[in-house]
Design a protein around this ligand. Structure first.
Ligand SMILES: O=C(O)CCC(=O)C(=O)O
Length: 258
């Protein structure tokens, strides 16, 4: 039975460590369908994959996934995910972007430690929250996410983002696990030292008074928008004039601080 909320212990983890792990969160059918859809999109888009966002050396990226499959649209609104994100961001939030990132085999160095969008909390508090959906097992060797617990509370960006951090942890888990992460937490994808890709979906949310990383109203095809249920339209801020003003002008080209 799929949980509808996160537990009090998970709320405390989000508050203190800045992330919480939801082991085996994805029903097996959802995991299989998502993997199949990602393979199909990657084959179809070829070298253009990820072009709505960015290309990253050593990683395959897909962007604008809300537009690319019902399986993605069902994931972003799962009750326990919305509960966890709401715990970080407060009640008024929206989807900022939905991308896939696959760390390619033997991809060299990993990502620097970063806060997503280079974001620091503001006078109203936290404003970015990311969910990392493990679509393969995350092991110590295949490019798991590294994170430095508690750093979302520091109000500053990492000084030495390429260096090992004495307090860093590797977020490993079985395929189907979801990590909900306060995205002000210092984190980054590790190098993949194996022969197989390590794939994750990133459902990235932001507070309603901030710009979306990728302006959903511009990216989604009209037929996709027309078929969306009211709660998804709300989550994507499609009918929110404030979001149009905030997000239409933004050309965010990087998910992390370079
Ligand atoms: O895929 C990961 O493990 C983390 C990716 C990440 O932090 C990013 O692309 O900004």
């Amino acid at each position: 039975m799929q949980p509808q909320t996160i537990t009090p212990a998970q709320r405390r983890e989000l508050d203190l460590a800045g992330y919480t792990v939801l082991p085996d969160f994805m029903p097996p059918a959802l995991l299989l369908e998502m993997r199949a859809r990602i393979s199909a999109i990657a084959a179809q888009e070829g070298e253009h994959a990820g072009s709505e966002f960015k290309h990253e050396p050593g990683a395959l990226r897909l962007a604008n996934c809300v537009d690319k499959g019902a399986v993605f649209r069902s994931a972003i609104a799962m009750p326990a995910i919305l509960d966890a994100v709401g715990h970080v961001l407060g009640r008024d939030f929206k989807l900022s972007s939905l991308n896939v990132r696959s760390a390619l085999p033997h991809n060299g160095i990993g990502q620097p430690l970063h806060c997503d969008m280079g974001a620091l909390p503001d006078e109203r508090g936290y404003w970015v929250c990311n969910c990392i959906w493990m679509l393969d097992d995350f092991t110590r060797d295949n490019g798991p996410t590294r994170a430095v617990p508690g750093t979302h509370r520091l109000q500053r960006l990492p000084e030495n983002p390429r260096a090992r951090h004495p307090d860093e942890v590797l977020l490993t888990g079985r395929a189907g696990t979801v990590v909900v992460m306060n995205a002000h937490l210092w984190h980054g994808g590790e190098a993949n030292r194996t022969d197989r890709p390590r794939t994750a979906l990133h459902s990235f949310y932001c507070r309603a008074d901030k710009p979306q990383q990728q302006y959903q109203k511009r990216l989604l095809r009209p037929q996709t928008q027309a078929a969306l249920a009211p709660e998804l339209r709300r989550l994507l801020a499609l009918d929110d004039p404030r979001n149009d003003a905030l997000s239409a002008a933004v050309q965010v080209t990087s998910g992390f601080l370079k």
